[in-house]
Design a protein around this ligand. Sequence first.
Ligand code: BGC
Length: 759
Amino acid sequence: MTREEAKKLVSQMTLEEKAGLCSGKDFWRLKSVERLGVPEVMVCDGPNGLRKQREDSDNINDSIEAVCFPGSCAEAASFDRDAMFQAGAAMGNACQAENISILLGPGANIKRSPICGRNFEYYSEDPYLSGQIAASHIQGVQSKHVGACIKHFAANNQETRRMSIDVEIDERTLREIYLAAFEEAVKEAKPWAVMCSYNRINGTFASENKWLLKDVLKDEWGYEGLVVTDWGAINDRVIGLEAGVDLEMPGSGGTTDVMLVEAVKNGNLAESVLDDSCERIVSRIMTYKENRNDSAVWDRTEDHKLAVEIAKGCMVLLKNESDILPLSKEQSVVMIGKFAEKPRIQGGGSSHVNAKNWSSALEQVKTMENVTYVSGFDTRDAVSEDEKRLEKQRFNDALAAAKNAEVAVIYAGLPDVYESEAFDRKHMRLPEIQNQLIQAVAQIQPNTVVVLHNGSPIEMPWINDVKAVLETYLGGEGVGEATVDILFGETNPSGKLPETFPIKLEDNPSYLNFPGSTTKVEYKEGIFVGYRYYDKKNMDVLFPFGHGLSYTTFEYTDIEVNKEQITDEETLEVTVTVANTGKRFGKEVVQLYVQDVESQVIRPVKELKGFEKVALEPGESKSVTFTLGKRAWAYYDAEGKGWYTEEGEFKLLVGASSRDIRLEASVYVTPVQKLKRVYTMNTILGDLYSNQEFKDEIAELKRMCDSVFDTDGEKMLGESMDAMMEAQTREMPMKSLPSFSNGKISREYVEELLKKLNA
Ligand code: BGC
């Protein structure tokens, strides 16, 4: 239903009906206005499957059987927009079959710290990648005329005190890092709903943050959908509505509806504000009603197959020394570790779906004669003496089995209690027993492979002792099939890390300020999140952003740009050729990073601005073209309230990871709209000298200064004094020119010049 039509409908509603529409009927349902044909609709959690509460149950955790797709942490590693669309479309179809109008997801929060408990539900440390993957997921869901709800807007990057913490953050960091993923997805995919987060941002709850919800999201980005609270995030309902929160969830039992009615009646709330919210809500409900497909069939078997396929494309081969992988079915292989028997397919909390159809790696290898299994460890810590004895026994059995096999594959990972919604991880390590086991096995078995099940990075103290590591993240219900396929070479791995794996937690830029104090957390690292930080500091990392190996090899050649010089309002095309130079079919994620070669503004070394996943047969090559617009060059200037480009050369770095750049080219970019600087008596000469607009006036000023302060190169005072004079002049504020020049440069002249420059 169009906005105009919704407006007509809303104009026929009573004040009470309108207020009622702005909060839920219960935990999962929105209210109806029967007499006007507005139906009651239901929503449910995503993002990686449907958590629909059973109709006949009072328990909000009692949900129907669903298909569990790979977690968002894994999905991002696919770098595959089409696959994300397909997963989204499958879930959208399931929503139609189950009469769900909005699926609550995806989460597009940035992974500021590797130990945020909910990282498994988020995509990346990089806003471009997060935004692109989120947009594809949303487009997929919405292709079935069901809404997606991007969450948690904004700066919800930790679970500790998530409902009360105040995030102190500067605007540039917000815009470039934490809002950017949402901006991209909102503009590109137009989600039906945006869920505001629980936390405060610079003192104001997201649910009351007019700047965030109204000024930026709705007005600046042109967002037409509805804003819903995270469950229970409302603080003051009237302030919230005015700030841009259209829908409060879950319902308040009518309490806050009364508040809205009273606020309108006593003149504290303009009815037009309420109307605007109702129009947004009604237009989505009616669009759902109009496109309702009650003959949709949810074929869980088909969706399971899709979940397996998608999982295969998400897994990241981190290390593969001596090409130990893929394994051959002739080799004697021992699988070790509880996760081979019972994989961890998903994270805990509101995204947890009731998946029944998962299969283990063990099940997949049961017809392979040369594969054996020992559990090696339990995912629960041993507490009692008996448990400790058993633990020792398992450990020793695993060592014996590893010694007798040709290859040991250890299925390790984080147990459920280590990471979940509602709490952050305490450290970045695997359970100690697993680290000990990997280390011990690797000592007696040179062919040790580790398969990981974890929603976020871990430290790997044994990395130099094992031959291969396959990161499966939380791979959904198809993870068992997918890992075995990859281990034995049926599928060639093609995932890339959507985040940096630091060597240790202390290396992470947020380390000193995570999770903050009792009331606030300061994002002091600013824009230097993830690889932006490690690159700038030139630090070693365990595995860099974008890293992932393949069983084949790829060659990058022939980088070309279609123009050598552009304005920032034009687009640039960058083309490269990628060839499969190995013997197997494979997929490569070609990544494009942009570097501002010289800048006055502090900027990252490089930023991801494009990626494509390319499928190639052996010997085949394809050309890949990226189109770059203004955002590829721009940074956000908080004083200038906008995105600006600094004139100059930009490098285009194309490669297989952020630290494996294979080709580079460059372009000269001239901004059309320059950042207008305001010059004052306290502006220093050095800053004025870089002004390009008033070249003549500045040249004249420079001549005067050179002669008065003797910085024109005549060596009068000795080298160091000359250098000092030159630096001192560059640092001198305008106000000091008359006195330091002993009146030779007059105050009137300085005032006139400033007037001219600021005109
Ligand atoms: C979570 C949301 C979720 C909602 C409903 C909240 O606690 O933060 O992501 O959609 O609950 O279950």
